[in-house]
Write a protein that binds this ligand. Structure first.
Ligand code: ZN
Length: 82
């Protein structure tokens, strides 16, 4: 895993209601899907990648970041071990 694979992502406009468009911290898979620290998977076609800090953060992702990825999904642990 390298730093470029870590992205800020939310659902694109119109995919879900506005209240669910919180910004997640995620790892980008080779297929373009984003796997967030909170275990949410957003398909590439439904994802809006953000270049800057914007929107309401996902509180679960923020918590996982604060805990140092300790509770990250197993898939992310496997990535980190490479
Ligand atoms: Zn999240």
């Amino acid at each position: 895993m390298n730093a470029d694979d870590v992205v800020r992502v939310r659902y694109a406009p119109g995919v879900v209601g506005e209240t669910r468009r919180v910004v997640h911290v995620a790892i980008r898979r080779p297929d373009g899907a984003c796997v967030a620290l909170c275990d949410l998977v957003i398909a590439a076609a439904e994802a809006e990648l953000l270049d800057e800090i914007a929107g309401m953060p996902c509180l679960v992702c923020v918590r996982e970041l604060a805990l140092g990825f300790g509770g990250a999904p197993a898939e992310l642990d496997a990535e980190a071990a490479r």
